[in-house]
Design a protein around this ligand. Sequence first.
Ligand code: M6R
Length: 673
Amino acid sequence: MKEWLAPGLVTSQLTRSGEDRSYRRMPPWPWKMGQEVFLQNRRAICGTKGGQSSCVCCVRRDEAVVCGIVGYIGYRNACSVLLDGLKRLEYRVYDSVGIAVNNSKKIEIIKEASMVSDLERIVKEIAPSGTQGIGNARWANHGGFSVVKAHSCPSRDKHFILAHNGIIENCSELKETLLAEGFNFTSERDTEVIAQLLMKFYDGDVLKALTSLQGQLKGSYALAIVDEEDMDHIYCMRGGFPMVLGMGEGESLCATDTLAILPYTKNVISMDDGDIAELSSQGIKLYDAKGSPLQKKNFFIDWDLSSAEKRGYPHFMLKEIHEQGGAFRSTLEGRLINGGVDFSGELALNEEVIKRLRAIHLVACGTSYYASLIAERAFERWCDLDIKVDVASEYRYRNIRLSPNTLAVFVSQSGETADTLAAQRRARELGAYSLAVTNAQESTLASCCDDVLLLKAGPEIGVAATKTFTGQIAVLYLLAIYIAKMRGTLTPRMEKELIDELIRLPYKIEATLEREHVVEELASNFSGSQSFLFFGRGISYPVALEGALKLKEVSYIHAEAFAAGEMKHGPIALIDSNVPVLIVAPKDSLHEKTLSSIKEAKARRAPVIAVGFDGDEQLANDASHVLYVPPTREEFSPFVTVVPLQLLAYYMAKKRGCEIDSPRHLTKSVTEE
Ligand code: M6R
């Protein structure tokens, strides 16, 4: 049976007009009993309250997601830092925000707001002056902040305030034990269970209590904790959810997302599961799960903060599509030396290990998986190795043979995808050499792998991955060239030819973007379609897969992709005049065959949109519409052919009035299996 929760906040703010700005895709009033509506893009069902006609909405517990935490201690006004940090987390959908800040030797908790701007208004009235505090933006599952006051636990006289992300799976058992021991609860929140447990273990030594607490919690969490009796510290704990720490001059910060703390420091430490951190204005002390002091490497995040803003674009997705040329250039920067790829300053993976390699595995989810499928073709073309590509959620459970002669590459823009992390753990246990390809230097994946290659694409805010997709392919191609060169399977001449074209690619991506208006017009013709079919052959097959994924993610149109050669083996039955068919058809070694797929679809009266190279007149004859892109080498065609597909998804979603940057049911990083 589904369990439904009715967050007070949602109930109290629901208005008959449905005009409240926290509700984005409201169906017209009156809503019917049992009708599905979307609150902040999360599914909710309408019902009645106490038999009255007033409407309440309930959020399904199993759809609960988690959002962000920010913490600050130092010399600045904590409220402004926390509000600013929470605003930077707004791209991760949430339904409530709150902060806890010290104010005249007391901790003030300001919450029950749906938007940071509402919270800002309340904060202005109270004007807390403290320089220490924590903030939490979250989607309700078991609740946000938990304040355990001394009176709820008579045997103790301390109290803690927690900001919690995640779900405690053994919450019920822990609560039962605590109730039997005489603890009282004021809410259903799993956060309160954590807080009470902390109280139970607390005997004046917070660190000791935190290590005991850590041993009891099952599930995934990131915690920031303040103690009203000791306002000189913030404590953080990590168990399955990301948490980064920022070190500034006379100030320390914590956050579940680096973007929240970047304006204050670019010097960050990434916590690992089991780590405990003690933050003060003097610095950060780290401890392992047993409470022993820990040393950790810090990173310098050289992201330009303005790249996390829309800069005049209506959506981050569109901005990030447009950033692909620049992002590509930064991916190449410093890695092309003397006309060749050089990772010697970045990778521990040396010539000796590379020469011993027998196989390369590429493992990822979603768009990152499609980027890996594209790279697979390059690896098999240039390197003499067995290449296997798999989705992480399958790979982790398969009986895969791995050895130190296997290079297992884990591709993830966020570096926090639960399945990818689990697959990496497994590969490492089985002896493979693991390499992370990620955009997040401070991510869990980066810290767990033997080696890391960064995309250097800058922050990607839109949930639909775009510039990180091209960035991933670029890094994987560089890796393939590097490995092939070391293994002697790529001649210097061939390497030079590849590099020369790689350098030209950002310009070709930009030239493709200049034709955006053509895609926008086309989107107007097809925005009413119910279903789309995508086809591609060879290296264009994963491009078709990515195009279909983008379309369904942001426009919610049903889209499926197939290898063009598979058309006759089933998908052809779906083709008729109502189903637009998009065929990725660059002029490559399989072009003739792709053209025949276009004819097959056309013969069944499907509107056919082809993506092809400039000058390919045959396409204009055969297809109903052609989206032309500048020609490039066969291996590199995905860099240009994917761009019109990204734009098509964007404009279709725009015409259909969808929430483009935060599509329903999706999150930027999938931190749960
Ligand atoms: O952060 P990751 O690259 O590991 O994420 C993998 C997928 O969840 C991700 O690519 C997802 O498919 C995106 N929403 C694609 O736009």
